[in-house]
Design a protein around this ligand. Structure first.
Ligand SMILES: NC(=O)c1ccc[n+]([C@@H]2O[C@H](COP(=O)([O-])OP(=O)(O)OC[C@H]3O[C@@H](n4cnc5c(N)ncnc54)[C@H](OP(=O)(O)O)[C@@H]3O)[C@@H](O)[C@H]2O)c1
Length: 279
């Protein structure tokens, strides 16, 4: 049985304990790695036991303090186990990053209702339930909660209806919780991520709920997972309210806020010229 204390390692997160949901792969895995390198003990999470264990072993072999919990973050009982893993292994919880998410590649009119619900749930309840389960521990540590969102939460994106709606919902949730829990000392922040390199095996859902590869993204528009993870970790450290990643992301948000008709014109034009970007 591991000793229930956070190991003291040097770094800006020394002595702190983090949960990163959906950290068996992708941006979540890199964020977990950087938190570890900054001194935190990290609870890894995902739904695929073998892939999660592989990630745990790689980080443990690098000398990092990691535990793993197979849990579906859209299931509240699983989230209680996830929060308990941090306490059992490391004795406290300071940082929650709600990163797990399912995306889609499907136009609204074609989608099966249950597919819309699955994508929406993973982006809304997949953040709400881990937070509800972890909240007592985070209150005790006056900790930090970061919701991983997307640039597409700040404007619409064709073929991403349920995903965009879910990501927009958690931005508002963060604002509401910041106000409701203002006297707790908790940090609530949102990171809006733009196009990022993906693991080759990443899958999103089509209109019938089948896993399909992600749509084409020009490589020069993408940040690396390590770059994005570094920005997420800085966001947590500085307890920022909102971080919008990448110059392109900030331009997209600026155009949609100040010149919304121009923003729509650009999107509608690219749908015709770059179909594989969406479909
Ligand atoms: N990559 C981008 O270009 C981009 C852009 C904007 C925002 N983002 C956001 O960044 C975050 C990470 O994305 P990513 O590109 O790294 O995706 P990813 O590689 O697919 O990672 C997502 C992880 O979440 C896990 N997951 C999904 N549903 C889960 C559930 N219900 N319970 C537990 N784990 C679950 C996935 O595992 P399994 O499904 O295998 O269980 C996977 O390990 C997401 O919130 C995404 O929306 C990414």
């Amino acid at each position: 049985m591991p000793s229930p204390t956070a190991p003291a390692r040097p770094g800006i997160f020394a002595g702190l304990v983090a949960i990163v949901t959906g950290s068996e792969s992708g941006i979540g895995r890199e964020t977990a790695r950087l938190l570890c390198e900054a001194g935190a003990a990290v609870v890894l999470n995902g739904r695929q036991p073998e892939r999660l264990e592989h990630t745990r072993q790689v980080l443990a072999a690098a000398g990092h303090a990691v535990a793993a919990c197979v849990a579906d973050v859209t299931d509240y009982a699983d989230c209680e186990r996830l929060a308990a893993t941090a306490i059992t292994h490391f004795g406290r919880l300071d940082v929650l990053v709600t990163n797990a998410s399912i995306s889609q590649r499907a136009y609204f009119a074609d989608m099966q209702p249950e597919v819309f619900a699955r994508v929406l749930d993973s982006n809304v309840y997949g953040s709400v339930y881990p937070l509800m389960a972890a909240l007592p521990h985070l209150r005790a540590s006056r900790g930090s909660v970061t919701f991983i969102s997307s640039i597409s939460a700040l404007n619409g994106m064709p073929s991403g209806s349920a995903y965009c709606a879910g990501k927009a919902a958690i931005s508002n949730l963060a604002h509401t919780l910041r106000l409701e829990l203002a006297d707790t000392g908790l940090h609530f922040g949102v990171v809006h991520i733009g196009f990022t390199q993906n693991d080759p095996e990443k899958r999103v859902l089509d209109a019938a709920g089948q896993p399909v590869p992600i749509a084409h993204r020009p490589p020069r528009w993408q940040k690396s997972q390590a770059e994005v993870a570094a920005i997420i970790v800085r966001h947590i450290q500085k307890r920022k309210r909102r971080t919008v990643i990448s110059f392109l992301g900030r331009i997209i948000v600026l155009v949609h806020n100040t010149l919304p008709r121009l923003g729509d014109w650009v999107v509608l034009t690219t749908i015709k010229r770059m179909r594989k970007f969406y479909e």
